[in-house]
Ligand binder design. Structure first.
Ligand SMILES: [Zn+2]
Length: 268
């Protein structure tokens, strides 16, 4: 599933092809499961931003500012091409003056909405602070953790209302770099451990984004169809031996139906 580093990679790639005027659109037969609102047929894309796992395209539609909000779900991506894309799972194809921008999503869990400020505000309200932004401070992290003292830390990290952008691999990796076990109860964390968690966010985001995102088997592709090399950075997630101590075997557990990984030696 695309997480912050993957969405950021796609955003950066799209950005270098914008602004662009969209002269027509084409939808697949099953696009209605993804397109939650009408998509205009002609518009201008000024820029694309990101908040958490959402891409926010800033549009001009008949002279009015609108937004196209795109969540990539489990397997979504945007694909840039000069020629009309011959892709099996392209559900929305935007024809620009010089390029095509195609929303590709084999599993179709992604969502696209087009609307004004109200829609943007409503959708962003469901998201906490973006964890790669300057709003994500140690104080913010502490405040969020204090709200849910009884939760397991990894479960808490996955809460988009608190930590927009974090997904399953990031949450496991953040716990590993912070040297705490994913099942630790939030209220048992000391000040120093919370500081370590804050630092671990930066380590994980920076590492994965520099590698162009993280691709697991058959998973994420960037806007040019390439895999990200972020797996090189993983220390516990789907690893046999811990990448930190390079000795201990990684333990796999399940938390709220999601797989978690940790090193019993490095993480307390
Ligand atoms: Zn270890």
């Amino acid at each position: 599933m695309p997480e912050l580093p993957e969405v950021e990679t796609i955003k950066t790639q799209l950005s270098s092809y914008l602004p662009e005027e969209i002269t027509s659109i084409q939808k697949s037969e099953v696009a209605s499961s993804i397109l939650k609102t009408e998509v205009p047929t002609k518009f201008f894309i000024q820029e694309v931003r990101r908040h958490g796992k959402w891409l926010i395209f800033v549009l001009k539609v008949k002279g009015q500012k609108q937004y196209m909000l795109s969540h990539l779900g489990m397997s979504g991506s945007w694909y840039i091409s000069e020629e009309f894309p011959k892709l099996k799972h392209a559900h929305l194809i935007l024809k620009g003056k010089s390029h095509y921008f195609s929303y590709v999503d084999p599993r179709r869990f992604g969502n696209i909405y087009v609307g004004g400020e109200e829609l943007l505000a409503k959708k962003m309200k469901q998201n906490g602070v973006d964890v790669s932004s300057s709003d994500f401070t140690l104080d913010y992290l502490k405040k969020c953790l204090m709200k849910y003292p009884e939760r397991e830390i990894k479960v808490c990290l996955l809460d988009q209302k608190l930590f927009a952008g974090v997904g399953n691999y990031m949450a496991s990796e953040i716990c590993a770099h912070a040297r705490i076990r994913p099942q630790r109860i939030v209220k048992t964390l000391c000040e120093e451990e919370i500081r370590k968690i804050k630092r671990a966010f930066s380590t994980v985001i920076k590492g994965a984004t520099q590698q162009g995102g993280t691709t697991f088997q058959g998973g994420y592709r960037d806007a040019f169809g390439e895999k990200g090399e972020g797996v090189k950075n993983l220390v516990v997630f789907h690893q046999k031996i811990c990448g930190l101590c390079k000795q201990s075997e990684v333990v796999k557990i399940e938390q709220k139906t999601r797989a978690s990984f940790y090193c019993p030696k490095c993480q307390k």
